[in-house]
Design a protein around this ligand. Structure first.
Ligand SMILES: Nc1ncnc2c1ncn2[C@@H]1O[C@H](COP(=O)(O)OP(=O)(O)OP(=O)(O)O)[C@@H](O)[C@H]1O
Length: 264
């Protein structure tokens, strides 16, 4: 079988979402190529989080459809994402305060382990092996993200930047083919943001990334392609340079501070 190049993992086609009288997304279409980084930007209220929520199955569009690796992604639920090969981090981190860092990361696998919940309840050999594999994957990620020393701590005891890395490790433990990052740079220092940029690029060895982010240097530095939303509509799609030079994009961002604008 020939694989079309660039191979697409996700296609969003003609998606419209309405909240009462407000159109949050209007006829939005975009594609994400395997092992690429797609940035989704736009001023406040442009529809970025809503798009993210549609991909995760939190919000059902009233029109349009999604295809995951060429197959219709119909009524998927957020708890099925890991099994599909999709993972996400949330703006609010969503870590479990009563679980240790290691337990939080292991919880990210959700229903991903091969053996089902009945086998796990019965404590079969397969479930024990899955648990061991999951633990060693989680520990490897914690080492990579410089969190091994705090694996037995509760997340609330850690600085914010570390908690964000825990959330990232939790999203990565299911080894997703698509990772959705919602404002991963918010609240990070400049040094932490630079580290994050390098990490996102390294992820593309195995994973496609959708990056919803206000931090323009990060977006322009790591994305292969950028989609710009304004009032729920796609107003530009292209390389970071194309988007930066697009007058429609400059108009949409008029009045915002230089660091929040894509144009130079
Ligand atoms: N559950 C909801 N009910 C009603 N309106 C909503 C809901 N969620 C989002 N909206 C509205 O839809 C529009 C798009 O919101 P969305 O949060 O997707 O924008 P955004 O681009 O992510 O904004 P921000 O950059 O501020 O996070 C906004 O006008 C918002 O007020």
């Amino acid at each position: 079988m020939t694989i079309p190049f660039p191979e697409k993992v996700l296609d969003v086609s003609g998606v419209t979402v309405r909240f009462g009288g407000l159109v949050a997304l209007r006829d939005v279409s975009l594609s994400i190529a395997a092992r690429s980084v797609l940035g989704v930007i736009g001023p406040n209220g442009a529809g970025k989080t809503t798009l993210f929520n549609v991909i995760c199955g939190f919000v059902r569009p009233e029109a349009g459809d999604l295809r995951w690796k060429g197959r219709p992604l119909g009524k998927h639920r957020p708890d099925q994402l890991a099994r599909l090969g999709i993972a996400r981090t949330l703006q609010g981190l969503g870590l479990f305060g009563g679980l240790t860092v290691l337990e939080n990361v292991m919880a990210g696998a959700g229903g991903f382990a091969r053996t089902g919940s009945i086998a796990a309840l019965l404590g079969t050999a397969g479930a024990a092996r899955d648990e061991r594999e999951l633990r060693s994957r989680a520990l490897r990620l914690l080492r990579e993200l410089d969190l091994a020393d705090v694996r037995h701590h509760l997340p609330g005891a850690l600085p914010y930047g570390s908690r964000k890395r825990v959330a990232l490790a939790r999203a990565l433990v299911s080894e997703p083919e698509l990772l959705l990052l919602d404002e991963p740079a918010s609240g990070l220092s400049m040094a932490e943001t630079d580290e994050l940029a390098a990490r996102i690029r390294a992820l593309t060895d195995a994973t496609a990334v959708v990056l919803v982010e206000h931090h323009m240097d990060l977006v322009m530095g790591v994305c292969d392609e950028v989609v710009v939303l304004d009032f729920g509509e796609v107003i530009a799609t292209g390389s970071p340079d194309d988007v930066r030079a697009d007058p429609a994009v400059a108009d949409a961002y008029l009045g915002l501070a230089p660091g929040e604008r894509p144009s130079a």
